[in-house]
Design a protein around this ligand. Structure first.
Ligand code: SF4
Length: 890
């Protein structure tokens, strides 16, 4: 009997509704929820592949102390005892929690309550610091509260959409799909992309402003100057509902006085800047959506306020189809902000430095003490560990050894720390390797609670799988530790439902309309209603029983005098500038089909098919200058260290800048943690690291050999390879390799790497010693078990056809004969690099179909090959291929 559960995707901040169907064989099928307002049934490739990530290999299933399995009572007592002992000896500031936007709101709430209200320190920070804390600080400066005024429907109602610092096509794909559809329905919708890189999002943009890195504030200050010069001020609005305009305008005029100077500073064409400004001037309904490209900067808060200034100036906020829009990275970054999960926040949008707020929260929690000043923000928190100020840290659902800047310093800090506790669903992560105590947590499909997406929409996540092993919900683990620490009465919850009600009640406690975040209308929700809670946008209170789609429509903000604030913006250069030794700007970001440090998405064969290796993207001119070649390996270095990555030469990359994805950990590659290269420079207000602007140099890596292994086995000894990257395929693992040494006998080495002695095992080999080629395949019976290809350079056979052979129980004679050539027999097609992961459609197939069938649109291609007709994440790439072929033909 199958059972379908309505739940929410655990990846990005879009917060799509998902229907998960579990069948009798434990197979999970995923569909988009047509009733969810975020996605109306759409899902991207990551959401669509969720069913491939729910299985139990590599899960942490039992509590462990120093690598030994223990029972929960021992683990909980140990954690609580150690924390108590350290607090008694060194005070509450000597301990910390580092949590995550992956947590559900209920988990987040109790973690924050324990640290701030009972331990009495604000040393709890979250990996959301790395994705949107600049937006939080900017919202607070402008509106008096961290509120996103608009909603996703504004994207459909807008006449102009500005996407700045956002590769929406890859990072918020369902938002991209909504924008693409809006554009199709209304060809007059004008889309501007502001990004140093020509990302896949450029496919729907009418205008791409390939801005010089880190000059966004100048561009938006220039816009404010221009709007003023052209009479665009909404005088009634600015007079009645805002303050600080004169100073903000004066600074804008000083720093970005005219289009010509803006264009020079931003590295843009004057005509393009003029067109952008003029369209903004003449279009009432403008949404400016921004994401990590703006936030992850040492002046990210200023950049956001420069954007907000333009919207306040024109009164374009809080009404349909307009407003600044922060696209959050994580599924519950917003929920974390609601509960005060950042070290400089209290719960329920209250402030640590406000005695009225701390008093209210303490009385509400009936807590013995309460933190009254900000704790360490993420980067400072790990510095404090390194310095020995923090002696115990509990890391929950995150992997800072990969994701924080100066990541090797984070690793060194954890190695020194007296007590490292890690709660995670995965047994082996780069961070969990350093844990003294590991606590097994539930994950998506098992957890129960709520999340809030980028548009303030609270949705439920429901369990549909049984808890595996002894894994427990995070809220349970945290409250059990609290009980063992002697705070039992305040943490006596029986379920997430109890916690949610308390969280909702606190949001309305002594609120008096001061705080927009008010879900007190849900404080008395029944258990049955919580179990069937429909997505709802906060606030939800006596005035807005069904939630509220937009904030600040009445012009009344959350500041003391209810006026929004213009902020004077003095544009600042990035923290680190390229120099003779490190001449390149290093930009980090995401790829289409991976999420964070790949602990979940790296398990999915489908998601691993698109980008299977860490890479550096570089402009052809730079590639030539630095003598690195497409598909070969390169060493990218910064003053902090170096990494090994594959070179991808691309016209879309701006000269002088390189791009490296942030996902690869030591679990998936030998040395590709890009955050080991990024200095821990942060925005002074938000503490958000400048992950979009490091400095680097690049040089060729000259291994003696390149190679790859395809194997049904996941753990091969790769000690001979100086470079390796592994990825999941369907029924196999793929290893890309390179090495410095030159073995005398490749056959012997290959056998030691690959072959298990078995009665019916056999292998086929090809060796060309003169040209340094070695190829071998290992069979059990007539089933291909593994194969290895080695050559003197990176020109090795395409992997896709070889990978397809692992789907077969036995190979026919032609396939067996063709195998070591690496090319399919004449009768079989080589698909090329997979573009559409849902239907396994490759680049070569698409190009061939365009050429031979005369296809002229992505819809045509969808009809012929199905490509792009499910999740749609590959549509921008299909469109690029179409344009490429057309260009070649003409
Ligand atoms: Fe999940 Fe994709 Fe929706 Fe983001 S856009 S919530 S990753 S399905």
């Amino acid at each position: 009997m199958t059972q379908t559960t309505r739940t929410t995707c655990p990846y990005c901040g879009v917060g799509c509704g998902v229907l998960a169907t579990l069948d009798d064989f434990g197979v999970v099928t995923i569909k988009g929820d047509k009733e969810h307002p975020a996605n109306h049934g759409r899902l991207c490739s990551k959401g669509t592949a969720l069913g491939e990530t729910v299985y139990l290999q590599d899960r942490l299933l039992y509590p462990e102390i120093n690598g030994e399995q223990v029972d929960w009572q021992e683990a909980l007592a140990h954690v609580a005892g150690e924390f108590k002992q350290i607090i008694n000896a060194h005070g509450p500031e000597s301990v910390a929690f580092y949590v995550s936007g992956q947590l559900l709101t209920e988990d987040y709430y109790v973690a924050n309550k324990l640290m701030k209200g009972f331990i009495g320190s604000a040393n709890i920070d979250t990996n959301s610091r790395l994705c949107m804390s600049s937006a939080v600080a900017a919202h607070k400066r402008a509106f008096g509260e961290d509120c996103v005024p608009g909603n996703y429907a504004d994207l459909e109602q807008a006449r102009m959409i500005i996407l700045t610092g956002s590769n929406t096509a890859w990072c918020h794909p369902v938002i991209y799909q909504r924008i693409a559809l809006a554009k199709k329905n209304n060809p007059d919708l004008f889309i501007v992309l502001i990004d140093p890189r020509k990302t896949q999002t450029a496919g729907i943009a009418d205008c791409h402003l390939a801005i010089k890195p880190a000059t966004d504030s100048i561009l938006f200050n220039g816009l404010l100057t221009y709007l003023n010069a052209n009479g665009a001020q909404h005088t009634a609005y600015t007079q009645n509902f805002t303050q600080g305009l004169d100073e903000a305008l004066k600074v804008a005029q000083q720093t970005a006085p005219n289009i010509a100077q803006v264009a020079i500073a931003c590295g843009l064409d004057e005509t393009d800047v003029r067109q952008f400004y003029s369209l903004f001037l003449n279009t009432e309904r403008v949404v400016t959506a921004f994401s990590q490209g703006i936030n992850q900067s040492s002046s990210g808060v200023d950049k956001i306020n420069a954007i907000i200034n333009c919207h306040l100036f024109t009164g374009r906020i809080g009404r349909p189809g307009m407003g600044p829009f922060s696209l959050t990275g994580q599924p519950n970054a917003m929920g974390g902000r609601e509960v005060g999960g950042l070290a400089n926040q209290l719960a329920a949008h209250m402030d640590l430095e406000n005695p009225r707020h701390t008093d209210a929260v303490q009385r509400f929690w009936q807590s013995p003490k309460i933190a009254t000043r900000a704790g360490y923000k993420a980067v400072d928190l790990f510095n404090a560990i390194k310095k020995g100020k923090i002696k115990a840290v509990w890391i929950i659902a995150t992997n800072p050894v990969v994701s924080l800047p100066d990541a090797d310093r984070v690793k060194a800090a954890l190695k020194k720390c007296d007590l490292v506790v890690v709660s995670d669903c995965v047994r082996e992560t780069d961070t969990a390797r350093l844990a003294h105590i590991k606590l097994p947590a539930l994950t998506w499909g098992e957890r129960d609670g709520t999340v809030t997406n980028s548009e303030r929409c609270i949705s439920r996540q429901y369990p549909f799988l049984p808890p595996p092993g002894q894994a427990k919900p995070d809220w349970w683990i945290i409250t059990q530790v609290a009980r063992h620490m002697g705070f039992g009465d305040a943490f006596n919850y029986r379920s997430p439902y109890d916690i949610f009600k308390e969280h909702a009640a606190l949001s309305g406690f002594e609120n008096h309309g001061d705080r927009q975040f008010d879900i007190s209308g849900l404080a008395t929700i029944t258990y049955a209603d919580y179990q069937s809670l429909k997505p709802v946008q906060w606030p939800v209170n006596s005035k807005h029983l069904r939630g509220k789609s937009r904030l600040y429509a009445d012009g009344l903000f959350s500041t003391l005098n209810k006026k929004a604030c213009f902020i004077p913006i003095h544009p600042k250069p990035p923290g680190d500038l390229p120099n003779r030794d490190y001449p390149l700007v290093l930009n980090t970001g995401r790829v289409r089909d991976q999420w964070h440090t790949m602990t979940r998405t790296g398990m999915s064969p489908r998601l691993s098919a698109h980008t299977y290796e860490p890479y550096v993207e570089i402009h052809p001119v730079d590639a030539q200058d630095y003598q690195v070649k497409d598909k070969q390996l390169a060493i990218v270095s910064s003053p902090l260290g170096s990494i090994y990555v594959r070179v991808k030469v691309s016209q879309e990359q701006q000269p002088g800048s390189v791009f490296v994805p942030m996902h690869w950990s030591e679990q998936f590659s030998s040395r590709a943690r890009v955050d080991t290269l990024i200095k821990a420079l942060v925005d002074p207000l938000s503490g958000q690291p400048e992950s979009k602007h490091g400095i680097a140099r690049i040089e060729p890596c000259a291994p003696n050999w390149y190679g790859f292994i395809l194997s049904r086995h996941g753990k091969h000894q790769l000690k001979y390879a100086s470079y390796w990257a592994r990825s999941r395929g369907k029924g196999l693992w793929r290893y890309e390799l390179a090495g410095e040494d030159q073995p005398e006998d490749w056959a012997e080495r290959a056998r030691s790497l690959l072959f298990n002695e078995q009665d019916n095992a056999s292998w086929a080999e090809y060796m060309d010693t003169a040209h340094n080629h070695y190829r071998a395949a290992h069979f059990i019976g007539s089933k291909l078990e593994s194969c290895i290809f080695i050559g003197p350079d990176s020109e090795l056979p395409e992997r896709d056809w070889l990978i397809s052979l692992f789907q077969k129980d036995q190979l026919n004679k032609a396939e067996r004969m063709a195998l070591l050539t690496g090319k399919p027999p004449v009768s079989q097609e080589d698909k090329g690099k997979i573009v559409c992961v849902c239907f396994g459609v490759g680049e070569k197939q698409i190009i061939k179909a365009i050429k031979t069938q005369g296809l002229t649109s992505v819809e045509d291609i969808g009809q012929h090959l199905q490509a792009g007709t499910n999740c749609g994440s590959c549509l921008p790439e299909i469109s690029e291929l179409l344009q490429k072929v057309r260009k070649e033909e003409t």
